[in-house]
Design a protein around this ligand. Sequence first.
Ligand code: SF4
Ligand code: SF4
Length: 418
Amino acid sequence: MRCGFCLPACPTFRETGIEAESPRGRIALMKAVADGLMPPDEAFEQQMNHCLGCRACEPACPADVKYGQLIEQARDAIEDHTDTHRWWIKPIRRTVFKSLFPHPKRMRLLGGALKLYQRSGLQTAARKTGVMKLFPEHLRDMERILPDSSGQGVIRRIGDRHPAKGQPIAKVGLFRGCLMDVLFTDTNVHTVDLLTEAGFEVFIPDSQTCCGALHAHSGEAEGARKLARSNVRAFREAGVDYIVSNAGGCGAILKEYDHLLHEDGEWREDAAWFAGRVFDISDLLVKFGRVPAFDRKADGEPVRITYQDSCHLRNVMRSSDAPRRLMRQVPGAEFVEMAEADRCCGSAGIYNLTQPEMAGQILEHKMEHANATGARVLLTSNPGCLLQMKLGVQRHGDPGKMQVAHVVDFLHERMGGR
Ligand code: SF4
Ligand code: SF4
C-alpha cells in the first residue's frame, strides 16, 4: 500500500526524517534487493542495522504488514553475504551466540566471574586506575549500570518446583532466560513468589535454554530454530498449562516459535502448542490469577511511579494494559503515564552497543518525558529496557531522585512479608 501510516510510529524516522530510515523505506530497499535492482551491499546492511527492531510499525499498519518477519529475513540474507561483513564481527558473535548464551552452566560461570569482579575490589580498582578509559564511552557507561550478578540462577537459589498457595489454578512453566537468570536472579525469584501467591503451581524446567531472540534478530535464524526446538521439548515434557516470561524481548520470540518453526514438519505442531501458551507475567496474573492484595510502602509515604513499555511486550505480545492495571492496584502508588511511553528507549537487544549514537539520541528524548512525570520510580518489563533507563537516569536525570526497577520487583516488594 505504501500509505506511510507507519512513519510517525518509527523512532529512527522521527529522529532523522529520512525515508530510508523508515519502515516503508526499508521495505522498499528490501524489495529492490529481492528484485535484483541493487546488491545487498554494506550500505544496505547499515540501513537494516539502523532499524531497532522495535516493531512499532506493525500495530500502526492498516495492511497488517509483518515487518518483523521481513527484517529478520533481510538480516538472514545479509548474513549469507559474508563479503559485506567486517571480518571480526561474525566470529565474535558466533562465539557468544553459540558457545555462551545457550549454555546455562557457562552463563553461571560468567555471572560468577562478574560477581568476583564487582565484589573483590577489581571494579573499583579498574575505575580508579583509569583502565576503563581504554574502552569507548558507551561501554564504560554500561559497565557502571550493570546489576550485581548472583552467579547462581533461580533453580540453584530456590529449586525448580513450587506449589501454589491455596487451590491451584494451573501449572505454569517459568522461562528463566539466559542473561536474565544470572543478572536478574532476584526478579526470577520474585516472579515465582508472585505466581504461587496468585494461585499457580510453578515448575522451572532445567533443560530450557536461551530464547534465541538475539540470534533471530541478527540473521542467525538457524541458530534460533535450534534453541526453539530445545525449549519446545523442555516445556512440552514438563506438561505445563502456561509458559510465563518476565522479559518482553524473550516473551515475544517465544510467542513466535510457531512462525519460526512453521516450515519444520516435525516440530510445527509442538511449536504451535508452545506459542499458544506463552504469556507475560502481568497478563497471566490479570487474566487468570488471584491477584494478591498489595500493601503501601513500608514507611507509608505515597510514591509517584511511571512506566516505560517494552516494545516487544507491547507490539508483539500486544500487552500494555496488564502491567498498568497491576501498578494501579498498589495502594499509595500514584501512577503517572509518561508521554510516548510506547516509544522505544533505544535498548533494542544489543542496539545500544552496536548503534550507540542513535540509541543515545533516542534515550535523551525518552528521558525528557521521564523527567517531566516527576516520578520517583520508573518501572519496566524487560531487563534491556531496565538497564537502558538506568543509563538514561544517570546521563540525563537525577539518580538520587529516580529509581528504575522491574514491575515484578516493585509488586513483590509491595507483597510485604508474604
Ligand atoms: S508498512 Fe503498512 S503502514 Fe507502512 S507504508 Fe506499508 S502498508 Fe503503509
Ligand atoms: S522496527 Fe522500529 S525502528 Fe524498525 S522500521 Fe519498524 S518502527 Fe522503525
